[in-house]
Design a binder for this molecule. Structure first.
Ligand code: FES
Length: 587
């Protein structure tokens, strides 16, 4: 075996002149030798784009062109003229006494971690999924923690999109949250999915120009919150950003900052079909991974969307035939009195609480939530139950509905989950307004459960392995029956004693290989988080509810699969290139 510094003989120079180019093998590498303009050049014979053999390309004026997609490479250094293809690796060459020697393992110009970080930044900038995939794999092989690519992707996404936080950064946050639940080989895929979504979401967008923090100091959190809300109210993004940065610069507590954002995001109803509150929640979760010291980079990216968001009370569905928007506003007015009445009390969920939430009477829903607050229910408790009611909407969703209505029940689900998440970060009373909004949205979604698909009656005697195999098969077939079968096989698997962590790994495996949109990724992540929280409560009822979250998301995933899996194909090519495999038989 050749050592890192050593050269090995690979060819006769005269033969190469006669028979040019040639493929040689050295230390496990398949290398293309080219004699051009009196010099010998050695390059990795696998085109870095898709792995086709470069010796089948042509050389002219010092440029090697791969004929498959016409990428061009500067022959002596391997740099590409066409960034979609990535640079090709070259090898030092010496010709001694008529023999060609190459150095098959030359030292890199930069340490491997730095190399892959730079490549990842390049892939993000140019929106080249293959380069992103190779970088994620390269960083992992250098045992770089996953927080490093997440931090790089977050930094890129928050700086290079004028519109701020969007589906890209949300997907990256979602996939990062999912990592512990996934198989090791799917974790790198999850990072790749998240990072490519960031790159795609930023592609062609103007950058985010930073507004400086107000230089005022010694302003209370209450005053800053008031200013922030006032600016969002009049859709002044720049003013709101300056206030938010002032709060971060002044080292306000995370809970104060969360309270500020939640208050502004709930001054109006269900902003942008709930996405704005969900983005806030995801931004905080991302900071959990990469560190609160990045708050000044991350949180201001939320502001443009908050300022420009559609407000649900502007939609007729919230005003006619019943003005449910006004019901929410009226309930919010009562909050100070309700919270005072509930102080020191411990709420016990009434037996019919979920049925009321899923019922036909919006007044009864508001009354039920109001009573709960008056009886000591915390925002976290209430949001947990409303999220469960929203999961029931997904679990009961009839496949005869219009397909895009999956989004409608999904939006409610993620919104309620976001309220649940943010309620653990701030005790600002405005979080309760999110509970009312989410509950009202569960009401508005009721016709999508007409008739309701029943929650499956599981077969406890079933072989869990067979149920799991059946579930995975549903992700291979596009048919309404498969959606219901996904719910049934999930219910059977869990009732028969199947391990929930294994089920989640399988669902994760099915998720990361698909080109599904960010809604499906969000849906699975919400279900996993809600499952974990409910299962940890350890009661029979909490376990029952936990399972319904997984049943619901299995149905959602089945409804959105299979896809073309183009992203997975690119990732597999990157894996094979990384392993040094020849991609094509003619190589
Ligand atoms: S350009 Fe070479 S494989 Fe695509």
């Amino acid at each position: 075996m050749a050592t890192e510094q050593s050269f090995v003989r690979v060819a006769d120079a005269d033969d190469l002149r006669e028979d040019n180019p040639q493929i040689v093998q050295a230390d496990g590498h398949s290398i293309g030798l080219f004699f051009h303009e009196g010099e010998v050049h050695a390059v990795d014979n696998r085109c870095p784009h898709m792995g086709f053999p470069l010796t089948k390309g042509s050389v002219d004026d010092g440029i090697l062109t791969c004929h498959w997609h016409h990428a061009r490479f500067e022959l002596s250094c391997g740099d590409t003229f066409d960034p979609f293809a990535d640079d090709v690796r070259t090898y030092p060459v010496e010709v001694r006494d008529g023999d060609v020697y190459i150095q098959p393992n030359p030292p890199r110009d930069e340490p491997p971690e730095e190399h892959w970080r730079n490549r990842l930044e390049h892939g993000l900038r140019e929106n080249i999924s293959l380069v992103v995939a190779k970088s994620v794999i390269g960083l992992e092989s250098e045992e770089v923690p996953s927080t490093v690519p997440v931090e790089l992707g977050t930094e890129f996404g928050t700086h290079y999109r004028q519109a701020g936080w969007g589906r890209g950064l949300t997907t990256l946050g979602v996939m990062t949250n999912l990592l512990p639940a996934l198989r090791p080989e799917d974790r790198r895929r999850a990072l790749y999915v998240g990072l490519t979504e960031v790159a795609d979401n930023c592609s062609g967008e103007p950058p985010f120009f930073v507004q400086e923090a107000l230089s005022t100091d010694d302003v209370s959190a209450e005053r800053l919150t008031e200013w922030f809300r006032d600016n969002i109210e009049v859709r002044d993004s720049d003013g709101a950003e300056r206030v938010l940065r002032a709060g971060i610069t002044a080292d306000l507590d995370e809970s104060d900052i969360a309270g500020m954002l939640v208050a502004a995001a709930t001054d109006h109803l269900y902003l942008d079909t709930g996405h704005r509150l969900d983005f806030i929640n995801k931004a905080f979760e991302t900071l959990d991974h990469i560190g609160w010291e990045r708050a000044d980079d991350v949180l201001p990216s939320l502001v443009p969307g908050l300022a420009s968001a559609n407000r649900a009370e502007e939609n007729s569905s919230w005003r006619q035939p019943i003005d449910v928007a006004q019901l929410c506003f009226d309930a919010a007015e009562e909050l100070p009195d309700l919270l005072e009445a509930g102080g020191g009390k411990t709420w016990k969920e009434p037996d019919d609480f979920v049925d009321v939430l899923l019922g036909e009477d919006p007044h009864a829903i508001v009354d039920a939530v109001t009573d709960a607050i008056e009886n000591g229910a915390t925002a976290t408790e209430l949001a947990r139950v409303v999220t469960f009611a929203a999961a029931r909407r997904v679990a009961h969703f009839g496949t005869s509905n219009e397909f895009r209505d999956w989004n409608t029940v999904h939006h409610t689900y993620t919104y309620a989950n976001a309220v649940n998440g943010l309620s653990r970060r701030t005790d600002a009373p405005e979080v309760y307004r999110g509970v009312f909004d989410a509950a009202m949205n569960v009401y508005l979604d009721r016709f999508l459960n007409t008739p309701p698909t029943p929650i499956p009656d599981p077969d406890e005697d079933r072989d869990p392995d067979a149920a799991l195999d059946e579930l995975m098969e549903t992700f291979e077939v596009e048919a309404d029956e498969e959606v219901d079968l996904a719910g049934e096989s999930t219910a059977d698997y869990l009732a028969a004693g199947g391990d929930a962590d294994r089920l989640k790994r399988k669902l994760g495996e099915a998720l990361v290989r698909e080109d599904v949109g960010f809604h499906t990724r969000q849906n699975v992540e919400v279900a996993f988080g809600q499952y974990d929280a409910l299962a940890a409560e350890g009661t029979e009822e909490s376990e029952r509810r936990a399972r319904i979250h997984l049943i619901a998301t299995a149905r959602y995933l089945s409804a959105h699969t299979p896809t073309r899996r183009a992203g997975e194909q690119t990732f597999r090519i990157a894996e094979r290139l990384n392993r040094g495999e020849n991609i094509h038989e003619m190589d």
